[in-house]
Ligand binder design. Structure first.
Ligand code: DC
Length: 226
């Protein structure tokens, strides 16, 4: 039986993961957060004392990585590293930088490609990331490019980290967002770009509920289920 894939790409902090997860819930699909997978590789580098910019050392970690994705009874994704649930640790602010750097290494992307494709073969899925519509699932039934102004994205990230009790200031979050945008869009391996057949959804100034309603509307229109 073939399965339906919805690919959601876009820059950091555009609200992709929350919106993709909620859209998947509404549609009765699985949600796969691919950024969490890159974050787990980033965490593995940090734990091994490997500089994430040192490609050869990061590549050396891949064979013994011990990365697993498991889903709990609520359908929520957990990342496992060598048998340990690291779902919380990968959200630490520092890991964003590690993830961004390891994700620029072509061998890391290649290593994770089949894992993501296999998931889409086995489930109806909403998958979010940077290269889902362009590289991972070029034949996805629906492709969305979700974006928002950098200041909006930094503000959301700032609120999120503050709510988690992490020490942050807005200006440094904004410069991190801009730096990650630069890394993600200028890298040579699968840079962040909108697929030609993706629908652009700009959530600047929209609430989460408004964004979700628009996202679901366009997915349903594309799937012919509206
Ligand atoms: O979405 P996120 O912030 O959790 O992603 C973490 C990093 O991983 C980000 O710098 C971009 C990278 N990434 C990627 O290169 N390709 C994906 N499909 C998902 C994330």
């Amino acid at each position: 039986m073939s399965h339906i894939s919805v690919a959601i790409d876009g820059p950091s902090g555009a609200g992709k993961s929350t919106l993709a997860r909620r859209a998947a819930e509404e549609l009765g699909f699985r949600y796969l957060d691919t950024g969490a997978i890159y974050r787990t590789v980033g965490l593995a580098a940090r734990e091994s004392g490997v500089d994430p910019g040192d490609s050869a050392s990061v590549i050396g970690l891949l064979p013994g990585l011990g990365l697993d994705i498991v889903f709990d009874e609520n359908g929520l994704q957990h990342m496992v590293l060598k048998g340990r649930d690291v779902s919380r640790e990968i959200r630490e602010n520092d890991i964003s930088r590690y993830a961004s750097q390891v994700s620029a290494i072509p061998q890391v992307r290649e290593f994770l490609l089949e894992l993501q494709r296999k998931f889409a073969r086995e489930h109806d899925v909403v998958m979010d990331g940077r290269d889902i519509g362009t590289v991972v699932l070029p034949d996805a039934e629906v492709k969305v490019f979700l974006t928002a102004a950098a200041e909006d994205r930094a503000q959301r990230r700032y609120q999120e980290l503050k709510a988690q009790g992490q020490p942050v200031d807005y200006e440094s979050i904004l410069s991190q967002v801009l730096e990650r945008d630069r890394n993600d869009t200028t890298r040579s391996a699968a840079p962040l770009r909108q697929a030609e057949d993706a629908i652009r959804l700009d959530t600047t100034g929209l609430s989460q509920e408004e964004s979700l309603a628009r996202l679901l509307k366009l997915i349903r229109e594309r799937l012919g289920t509206s």
